[in-house]
Design a protein around this ligand. Structure first.
Ligand code: ADP
Length: 357
């Protein structure tokens, strides 16, 4: 399964239904983030388990165990790390794997942590090897060896660290080396959200943004949000604009549908790129199998864009399958685009022949 890859291609693709945060998201998300576990919607198991871990640590007066959160972008990993800090009444420092290219970068961060501080390390699987190795010791013994000098004269100076809680986030837990994974006391996998949970997210955000929305409007946006709260919040903002300009501000099913039609996000959350890939597969190649390169040329996109940006969601939705012989459309894909698969046409024709009609 690779629906939860975050790739550079995906991060680079600015799309309304992209799960990676864009500039506008970053500016407004702070206001929409749930502040404690009660406010955090869905992910019942993760919430229940995390609640126990944090309560136990608080009761012992200890720093919480290191936590690993895995799951697709936009599902609430950063939010949960902030909640962990808030529940532990601890400060939080936020950084990411790609920002730590040298062990020295990590040493600088670790040595400046306060006792009990939460260190949120996003995209932890993208940290450099030497930094990763330094992290092993820091997590286990709250100690790092800082190497000073080069070559035969180099010396390692041990540095004691205050106890801290590392919250690591990754889109792909399977990519983490086992020694790193094993050093987390608590590991949680975040699932995509169901429609009713997304509706709650949308109602909550609408309340905070002072937007009027009815239950049908929230359901319509939820259905197009690809299981992802970040996308739900982003679609809500676009629909709000439309409701203000074209109507009286109240978001209903009709308004949400009309607004998202303008942005070419369809009833299942597919955008122009997704639909382009599906349409090419169905109309030009009879539903496949067709090779990735051919499909990419047909839609006028890079191979990587088709493979990393469009396909993961199509596969997750059961609209497209990747087979050794190439890409194949499923019956659900034909139904979604309102087209008839050739086999059904042939079957129909065969029957006509059979019955002489
Ligand atoms: P990630 O770190 O996994 O990419 P974030 O924690 O940044 O995701 O969440 C993205 C946005 O989605 C945040 O603004 C937050 O408001 C919203 N969000 C995520 N999870 C939830 C949730 N369970 N309940 C309410 N809002 C959520």
């Amino acid at each position: 399964m690779n629906w939860d890859d975050t790739t550079d291609a995906e991060a680079a693709a600015e799309r309304l239904v992209g799960a990676v945060a864009d500039g506008e998201d970053q500016a407004v998300e702070a206001a929409l983030r749930p502040k404690d576990l009660h406010e955090f919607i869905g992910q019942e198991k993760v919430r229940e388990q995390l609640d126990l871990v944090l309560r136990a640590a608080r009761a012992r007066g200890a720093t919480a165990d290191h936590v690993l959160l895995s799951g697709a972008p936009g599902l609430g990993k950063t939010t949960l790390s902030m909640i962990i800090a808030a529940e532990m009444e601890a400060p939080i420092r936020i950084t990411s794997g790609p920002a730590i290219q040298h062990a020295g970068d990590l040493a600088a961060i670790l040595s400046s942590l306060q006792e009990g501080e939460v260190l949120f390390l996003d995209e932890i699987h993208r940290m450099s090897r030497p930094a990763e190795e330094m992290l092993y010791m820091a997590m286990e013994d709250f100690r790092v060896d800082v190497v000073v000098g080069k070559g035969p004269g180099a010396t390692a100076i041990p540095l004691e660290l205050p106890p801290f809680t590392l919250v690591g986030a990754t889109t792909r837990a399977g990519l983490l080396p086992p020694p790193l994974r094993d050093r987390f006391g608590f590991t949680a996998h975040m699932e995509f959200y169901g429609p009713s949970e997304l509706e709650r997210v949308i109602h909550r955000s609408a309340g905070l943004l002072d937007v009027e929305i009815d239950t049908t409007g929230a359901a319509e946006i939820a259905g197009r949000s690809r299981g992802t709260p970040r996308i739900a919040n982003r679609l809500l903002r676009r629909v709000r604009d439309y409701a203000q300009v074209k109507a009286d501000g109240l978001i209903t099913q009709e308004i949400a549908g009309a607004a998202l039609a303008v942005y070419e996000v369809d009833a299942r959350g597919l955008d122009r790129l997704d639909r382009g890939v599906l349409e090419a597969l169905l109309k030009l190649f009879g539903g496949g199998p067709v090779g990735l390169s051919t499909l990419a040329v047909a839609v006028g996109e890079e191979r990587e864009t088709v493979e990393e940006v469009a396909e993961p969601f199509l596969v997750r939705e059961g609209l497209l399958a990747r087979t050794p012989r190439g890409r194949v459309a499923t019956p659900a894909a034909w139904a979604h685009l309102g087209l008839t698969p050739p086999s059904a046409q042939n079957a129909g024709k065969g029957q006509q022949d059979l019955f002489g009609t």
